[in-house]
Design a protein around this ligand. Sequence first.
Ligand SMILES: NC(=O)c1ccc[n+]([C@@H]2O[C@H](COP(=O)([O-])OP(=O)(O)OC[C@H]3O[C@@H](n4cnc5c(N)ncnc54)[C@H](O)[C@@H]3O)[C@@H](O)[C@H]2O)c1
Length: 371
Amino acid sequence: MIIGVPKEIKEQESRVSCTPAAVYQLVQAGHTVYVEKGAGIESGFDDDTYQDAGAKLLDQAADVWEKSDLIYKVKEPLESEYKYFRPGLIIYTYLHLAANPTLAQALIDNEVVGVAFETVEEDHKLPLLKPMSEVAGRMAVQEGAHFLTKPNGGKGIVLQGVPGVQPAHVIVVGGGTVGTAATRIAVGMGARVTVLDVNIERLGELFNIFGDKIETLYSNPYNIKRCVQNADMVISTILIPGRRAPKLITEEMVKTMEAGSVIVDVAIDQGGSTELTENHPTTHENPTFVKHDVIHYAVANIPGAVAMTSTAALSNSTTKYALLLANKGWKEAVKESEGLRHGINTAEGYLTNEGLADDLGLDYKDLQELI
Ligand SMILES: NC(=O)c1ccc[n+]([C@@H]2O[C@H](COP(=O)([O-])OP(=O)(O)OC[C@H]3O[C@@H](n4cnc5c(N)ncnc54)[C@H](O)[C@@H]3O)[C@@H](O)[C@H]2O)c1
């Protein structure tokens, strides 16, 4: 198969989908890999390294898109890339369609096979979301701590406090991969940490990991309201796979927070989990906005800021399915891999993910009818 690796064009997105090591694996398996010149520079991989690994370099993004059967990306295609869509083209990337009905429609109308990293599912886990969630959770606390300082508009506190002065109170809503990584860093930085989740078993696991360094609380509107009111930093990390995030943190709750507190809405890529960040994603260039004197950080591609770490972690996890798609074609690949089957969001002019179709109010087609 012919695989194309375009340079990412989303603002301040420095990752690339595929390391030279992954290119080597694909080429060894008999595939052709086109890489747009400069695609890996910001992740630490120059064009020569890709060429040595067996890639063919192309000057123009248009050539990469047009010559390839499978486009292997990181972030969702932007509107300027929709012109390359055509029937049968496979796009393997983060899509986050629940938050992007325009893209969903463009993929449907152009009969593109949209394979979303974030909905590939193995044993009820999301293996292609996990590596970036590990990064985003760590970064969420780092960024939140930065914005708690006075020069950055925050209330002016250090997470650990000092002898005689209390530490910051960090609330983590959702104790999955992002939540656990955020908890690890917040605990490491000496904050007082409370984690809320609806999954009591998960709260038990966190209790076993962190012991009495954290408090755990069942997540319901009452407990969220009480926690948010007293928080210096709220990190929202909830996920209902493939669906729009519920708005758990309301504007009324935000109004009760102290001026200069920070909310980091990591779940922004699923539409946002607070009333104020809903449909208000921010960028690395302008990462925050202030409402009711509270700083809101809602960057939808947090891992893009640490591209060297993120590219390697993402490529390690995604290569396996890229190989399967390329070796077998998408129909045979999904027959072989239940995990990949969950990843197919659109195909042959239909939405093939039921939860997503429900959220977007569009018709759903069982993938089984297409393969
Ligand atoms: N902004 C970014 O750059 C970025 C990067 C990576 C991941 N993310 C997003 O972060 C979110 C979390 O990802 P993850 O990998 O940690 O998912 P995960 O499935 O591992 O964890 C989600 C957790 O949320 C919990 N949850 C669900 N409903 C809840 C509720 N009402 N209250 C409290 N907890 C609830 C679940 O029980 C689960 O433990 C996703 O939306 C993901 O897309 C964003």
